[in-house]
Design a protein around this ligand. Sequence first.
Ligand code: F6R
Length: 614
Amino acid sequence: MCGIIGYLGGREATPILMESLKRLEYRGYDSAGVAVLELPKAGEATRTSVTKSEAKVDTLIEKLEANMPSGRLGIGHTRWATHGKPTYINAHPHTDCHGKIFVVHNGIIENFAELKAELQAAGHEFPSDTDTEVVPHLIEANYKGDFLAAVRAALKRIRGAYALAMFSSDDPELLVGARLNAPLVVGLGDEEYYIASDITAIIPYTKRVLVLGEGEVAAITPLGAEVSTLDGVTVKPKIVHVDWDVAQAQKGGFPHFMLKEIHETPEAVANASRGRLSDDGVVSFREFDIPDEQLRGIKDVLLLGMGTSLHAAMIGEYVIEDWAGIPARAEDASEFRYRRPTVGDKTLDVVITQSGETADTLVALQQAKARGALTVAVTNVIASSAARDADGAIYLHAGPEIGVASTKTLLAHMVSLYLLALRIASVNGRVSLERRQELVEALRVLPDQVRGILARDKEIAKLADKYSRYRNFMYAGRGLGYPVALEGALKLKEISYAHAEGTSGGELKHGPIALLDDQFPVVAICTASSTKDKMVSNVHEIVARNAPVFALVTEGDRSLDGVATDLFVMPQVEDAMSAILNTVMLQLFAYHVAVKLGQNVDQPRNLAKSVTVE
Ligand code: F6R
């Protein structure tokens, strides 16, 4: 998830690009760059000045302040690496063979490898490892004197997600923006125009925003912005007036980063499988391409993580065992590192870490590797320690998570683990084509189903309002619902400071039930699954102890009507997807309880985003 900005107008572009990139930095910050079409001096040809930094935006700004390009047209980028390490060469903008076409990009180009091979065969050279670099070369290959036509022809070839800002030094009065499955807005100022990933970047300059639709291209000249489809059909632009102030815009209009990040889940779950899953359910992880033969030799899977990532590991344990039929176990990395576990060269060690920097997880990874395990890090941060230390990495592509409590990255972890389970199951011949296609379809509709839960925010806030008066909570579930219950409890305690514990439904009457009374509510995960009836029995036992129960149930299931104190009805979905929807619901519930109690949800006390000490 990168930040992009473009400017065309009567003012100096560079200071505007610098300020805007600073405001976009929350989207990504591992490297940055700008390209400015310089005003030609008398008798000289037009030239584009490119400035890049392999560090944060501040370093780029220092460079620009020391040597400020002067021009009225420019583009800028702050990067969250997806393909290729955060290096100078990989920093955007990228250009074509002749240094005429400049492009900044947010998104993932799924078919970049085949396009790159085709362009290389035609003589194009690619200095970077990025997927983005195919865009300027593809435009160059299609250029016959009309830049806009070349852009359209190039974009027709691209699959995946893109938000782009582009210009060519042959057209000094044309700035082009385009989007597909990635956000992009066009700001309309007073005889000046902006392109940006979101309105955060441009809100100090204009509040009139043209919202670009999927697969649309904006051609911006000093005369205005024209929108068209890739086929060149003119589209009537949709212009809105935004009344946010700068602070609101930073959080995309949400009061907290945590809420904003929960609302980014649809994009995060889509990105986790983007380009990795064929229509027939064949999984390929570009960054972690274990040959089938080697994967077939794997006899057990060890999943390591801490906190929320440990809960993701537990979910991975269930699905790998269930789908792939090989032993899988999730372990608390801080315990694993002090044991003498049975790990060998037939073990696949999957290290789950959003930040890629959790100290205990890194040590556990090194120990598993030292014992001969094949190691893979599933992480959100490119070139993080875990990604570097492991034999391979699977990246979440969820964009930066700023709220201390993990939210969208957990859901992206879950999708990644589903894909890994499917990959192992496929090489072991454990999953039919029909089942694979079912899962492909389930993942395809998942982002919309998550949106369905997010749209019920008010309903969830009302429930949270009612339950926020309690100081103790029990969360109970079975199967995938068990780690979901543990996570629900963790989220609530870490941001609201209410006491919350998670348990399996079966364990309840072996001790925890002693705590229950009319002041100790239970959140029961009772959505459809093979153990749903057992959970329903548990709820009856809980109700008999006078504890209030708020249960998540599947639509059409009436077994807890009149039994549970409150019901939250979830859609009928595949078990693995239900775990995702239930988690999103419980994240929102915890969020609203914490807000009701006036807590600092983005920076809860005593916690840090990345726990780099033991
Ligand atoms: C909870 C939370 C933590 C992290 C844990 C591991 O909301 O954020 O429990 O999940 O510290 O962090 P990573 O995934 O970065 O290894």
